[in-house]
Design a protein around this ligand. Structure first.
Ligand SMILES: NC(=O)c1ccc[n+]([C@@H]2O[C@H](COP(=O)([O-])OP(=O)(O)OC[C@H]3O[C@@H](n4cnc5c(N)ncnc54)[C@H](O)[C@@H]3O)[C@@H](O)[C@H]2O)c1
Length: 368
């Protein structure tokens, strides 16, 4: 047996000062725990945690160095936090992240996602401590003509719906700040575009896994609008480990991302783990939770158009970063549902997350 080495270098992360936006959200809570496990010092800035939330369930307010409740739309508040924290690395996850909410409230979505990013980057502009910034946008950032092929990073950006457009506009903001202020000062600014992330502790509305869990808990069939829509489902820790590998690589080997047009990376299932339709995901959940979960198809709201087919080509992350997702979409869904079932039967949410994190950080053992 050989050891392929750990996926992340704990010496790089140990003691690093991180500013994490969106730490009270689903991915932010997981990211907080992952970074703490690596020994990083994490200051979070977000709106109040929703109820319920993984942040509350895992008791993260007391496990993080600083828990700032502030609105990214308020430059003064954000500036004060950045100046107080003096971070070395900034991970920007905060956003209005829901597609259907964005249809109802486009102005709030653009304000949060676009101007929120402008405010954060403006606050960082004067801060000499900052070396690397990573912002997450989304797989929905691509101009999607449903051509049936996987998107690569150099594809044209654009969005038909407010959420996708707000994230494409966010990327324009990132590119302008990178070229005008960050690159001339040696600051690395990276972008991670991930697919549909699944994992325990997501309680957002209008997302398949949390909607399915709520339906199962209340013994009601889940109403599915678009059973044939296909998405790159992936496990939360596979994506987040990829984000940290990107930061590590960016910090160490600046030449890899010397081209400012080359600072975006897709993180999705690999070609031999194809995207899956919503109906397939529902059948996986029904398989492992037959006593509680069932589903039926209802008419979709034609005014709220969502892409039918979304597939990411993640070969760049594999080739340049050495990143590999460890779970197929099916395994990711099963792992997620198992988390909710375990918490429902009394397991400690924080401990469950710690076990999954330790498992994901463990070296891959391969036979030769
Ligand atoms: N979950 C997914 O499947 C997925 C997929 C691709 C990309 N993303 C992106 O990843 C990021 C995190 O996603 P998530 O699922 O954790 O989202 P989430 O909705 O669970 O969390 C959003 C976080 O942003 C914070 N936030 C929202 N508005 C804010 C404001 N005005 N000021 C300060 N903080 C604010 C919230 O308080 C929360 O902490 C988002 O940028 C999202 O668009 C998510």
């Amino acid at each position: 047996m050989t050891e392929a080495g750990e996926v992340l270098d704990r010496r790089f992360w140990n003691g690093k000062k991180i500013l994490l936006t969106g730490h009270t959200g689903f991915k932010g809570a997981w990211m907080t725990m992952l970074l703490r496990r690596l020994g990083a010092r994490v200051a979070g800035v977000s709106l109040e945690a929703e109820n319920p939330s993984l942040f509350e369930q895992a008791g993260l307010a007391k496990r993080i160095e600083a828990h700032h409740v502030a609105d990214l739309r308020d430059l003064k508040q954000i500036q004060a936090i950045v100046d107080a924290e003096r971070p070395e690395i900034v991970i920007h996850l905060a956003a209005q992240s829901l597609v259907r909410f964005a249809y109802r409230f486009p102005a709030v979505t653009f304000d949060t996602n676009v101007m929120g990013t402008v405010n954060l980057f403006e606050a960082l502009r004067a801060q000499k401590s900052v070396q690397t910034v990573l912002t997450t946008t989304t797989d929905k950032v691509y101009h999607n003509q449903e051509l049936g092929r996987h998107f690569i990073e150099s594809d044209r950006l654009g969005g038909h719906d407010p959420y996708s457009a707000s994230k494409a506009a966010t990327e324009a903001v990132i590119a302008a700040y990178r070229a005008s202020y960050q690159q001339p000062n040696g600051v690395i600014s990276l972008v991670a575009r991930a697919g549909n992330i699944v994992g325990g502790g997501d309680w957002a509305h209008d997302r398949l896994i949390p909607d399915a869990v709520r339906a199962a808990f209340s013994h009601t069939p889940l109403s599915v609008r678009s059973p044939s829509s296909t998405r790159p489902w992936q496990f939360v820790l596979d994506a987040l480990v990829g984000y940290l590998m990107l930061i590590e690589t960016g910090a160490r080997q600046k030449q890899i991302i010397a081209d400012p047009n080359d600072a975006a990376y897709n993180f999705g299932p690999l070609p031999d783990q194809p995207s899956a339709a919503v109906s397939e995901v529902c059948s996986w959940i029904a398989e492992i939770w037959p006593e509680r979960f069932s589903w039926n198809v209802v008419a979709a709201n034609s005014a709220m158009k969502e892409s039918k087919l979304l597939q990411l080509d993640s070969r760049k992350a594999v080739d340049v970063l050495g990143w590999q997702p460890r779970m197929s979409s099916r395994e990711a869904v099963i792992e997620s549902i198992s988390w909710y079932k375990a918490v429902h039967s009394g397991s400690d949410p924080y401990e469950l997350c710690q076990q999954q994190i330790e498992h994901r950080l463990a070296p891959v053992r391969t036979s030769i």
